[in-house]
Design a protein around this ligand. Structure first.
Ligand code: TEU
Length: 564
């Protein structure tokens, strides 16, 4: 069965239809000044590493001034740089040098909410109910005789009610404001024209500096249902993949906003683009975000949320591609990001990303964890993802097969989920620990340019075993996951049939996912008992050692099929 979209050659089509984008969690990538926090100069110092890895673009998580309650996703000023990360001049230099390395650069934009330290929100607190300052956010009078009850039953994603009552200037209990995430992240009112104009200014500010596009945070949450009606559901909790309709997710009103943003992006040269973080399902709803006059791409969370199981994965792959044929957008694939447990652990323990509200749901039972098996699966999954049609997103550390860090002391946990869940959900810190660049602990395993910084002094403490995954070790080991990613990305660049374009499933046993791409290329991923390689096929790359002509369990191979 062939999925066809008429395509020009890779050179002729927009870069983002084929791109492999590397996500940099700026706090944890590379620290140039020894404060234990990653920064812009740290990223600039690692451009040769990114070039050698073979990625096409980088996406940098929010680098704007922020009280860091949600590590930058609480933005206090959208037109400047967080001092811990550097300066605007540092940013300009990074953009220039990233391009000199032939790599595109995307920024994370956070339009659903600001920090409560943003000048607009501070002005709203000082202003009166009904004022234009308050109308930039979602302030409402409370219910009950004295307004003591929240305006509706909405719950925050991190846990607890999604409303906070303020004290008015005269000291009396006042209005409530909406925050779908932490209370320090008040939601903007996107019905307000000032909010729309402000973000158009923000987009143009960074596009004028030369960035190639944006990752749009919570793109599916910006518009709320008129009248902010109660959630009618047994469990009003803010279900992530929005399978159950919520009056604050995936409202049709978001699309006119993205059409206006597309017009701005298209007014710049160089195929500037935007990718939506929209936890929306089914794929037919997600396709609405990537129509020709809207966004270029969206993360495929149905794929990310799939268990390590061939039938479900095949279904998700087909659903994703079928949904996008009609809108002509490229599919994209992702298995890791800064919000979900790393795939090494998820694939081994059968965890489903995006569904967790407690630590045990999120991280599973560590006593059952088999890291070598999880690593095999994560490596095989990577070759699947990088062979499928379209683009892909690689999260920092994924190329090192980093597992989830489960031994961060409770007093060092920083994710707002930990507080807001009353310490029932340890949150997302386990996939955000600063990277191990060298095996020796000095400079926090090379994360910091200042050798005296110790692993426990990094903003999130690194465990003693962290160095065993270090870049310098893996560079010298031809079988390392790092070198597997490098080889895969090299082949992907050289193979005209990879990236965006057609694919055809190859009939095989149920425990195997196999498909071909143009140029006699094929990818086989075996989930079951060992299988024999196709006759006369030449092995281009495998995610693990092959046993003669057999593909072992949890192993993927890239092949050149013979003509005859
Ligand atoms: O995430 C959106 C989001 O909904 C996440 O909370 C995610 O669903 C959840 O963590 C999955 O386990 C974005 C950012 O990626 C996240 O880091 C921010 O905390 C959030 O928005 C608020 O800005």
């Amino acid at each position: 069965m062939t999925k066809e979209i008429k395509l020009s050659s890779r050179a002729e089509r927009p870069w983002w239809r084929d791109a492999v984008t590397y996500q940099i969690y700026i706090r944890s990538f590379s620290d140039s000044d020894g404060d234990g926090i990653g920064d812009i100069e740290g990223i600039r110092s690692r451009l040769p590493y990114l070039k050698a890895l073979g990625i096409d673009a980088i996406w940098i998580t929010p680098w704007y001034p922020s009280p860091q309650i949600d590590h930058g996703y609480d933005v206090a000023d959208f037109l400047d740089i967080e001092p811990d990360y550097g300066t605007l001049d540092d940013a300009k230099r990074l953009i220039k040098e990233t391009h000199e390395h032939g790599i595109r650069i995307l920024l994370d934009i956070v339009p659903n909410h600001s920090s409560d330290k943003h000048a607009w929100f501070e002005a709203a607190l000082q202003a009166a109910p009904g004022s234009k300052e308050r109308d930039r956010y979602l302030f409402r009078d409370g219910k009950g005789e004295h307004g003591e009850l929240a305006p509706n039953n909405w719950e925050a994603v991190f846990g607890g009610p999604a409303w906070k009552r303020i004290v008015e200037k005269d000291g009396t209990p006042g209005q409530w404001y909406l925050h779908l995430f932490a209370a320090e992240q008040p939601d903007f009112n996107w019905e307000n024209s000032e909010v729309r104009a402000y973000f158009e200014k923000v987009l143009k500010f960074w596009l004028d500096l030369g960035i190639d596009g944006f990752r749009i945070d919570v793109a599916h949450g910006m518009v709320k249902a008129a009248g902010l009606p109660d959630v009618v559901a047994d469990n009003p909790h803010a279900e992530m993949l929005a399978r159950a309709a919520r009056p604050y997710w995936d409202q049709d009103g978001v699309h006119e906003i993205f059409r206006s943003w597309r017009r701005i992006l298209d007014s710049y040269s160089g195929d500037r683009m935007a990718v939506a973080e929209a936890w929306v399902s089914p794929p037919s709803r997600l396709a609405l975000y990537v129509r020709p006059d809207e966004l270029a791409n969206s993360f495929n969370f149905d794929f990310l949320g799939s268990p390590w199981e061939p039938t479900t994965l095949k279904k998700m792959i087909n659903r994703s591609m079928d949904a996008l044929v009609d809108v002509g957008a490229p599919t994209s694939w992702v298995f890791n990001n800064h919000d979900v447990v790393r795939s090494v652990d998820r694939f081994d323990l059968g965890l489903i990303a995006g569904r967790a509200n407690t630590t045990s749901e999120r991280q599973g039972d560590a006593s059952k964890l088999d890291i070598p098996r999880g690593t095999k699966r994560a490596r095989a999954g990577a070759l699947l993802m990088l062979a499928l049609p379209g683009g892909a997103y690689v999260y920092q550390g994924e190329e090192l097969a980093l597992p989830e860090v489960r031994d961060i002391p409770e007093d060092r946990l920083t994710d707002p989920r930990w507080q807001m869940s009353n310490h029932t959900d340890r949150g997302r810190d386990g996939c955000r620990v600063p990277l191990p660049w060298q095996a020796t602990p000095a400079g926090a395993f090379g994360f910091s340019a200042v050798p005296s910084l110790t692993p426990s002094e990094a903003w999130l403490p690194q465990s003693p075993w962290w160095g065993s995954y270090a870049v310098d070790i893996q560079e010298d080991n031809s079988h390392s996951t790092l070198n597997m990613y490098r080889a895969a990305l090299k082949i992907r660049h050289d193979e005209v049939g990879l990236g965006d374009g057609p694919m055809s499933w190859i009939e095989t046993e149920e425990s195997v996912l196999a498909f071909s791409r143009p140029g006699q290329f094929a990818c086989y991923l075996n989930f079951g008992l060992p299988i024999t390689l196709p006759m006369n096929a030449k092995v281009l790359l495998s995610s693990g050692p092959l046993d003669g002509v057999e593909i072992p369990t949890d192993t993927a191979v890239w092949l050149r099929l013979s003509d005859n």
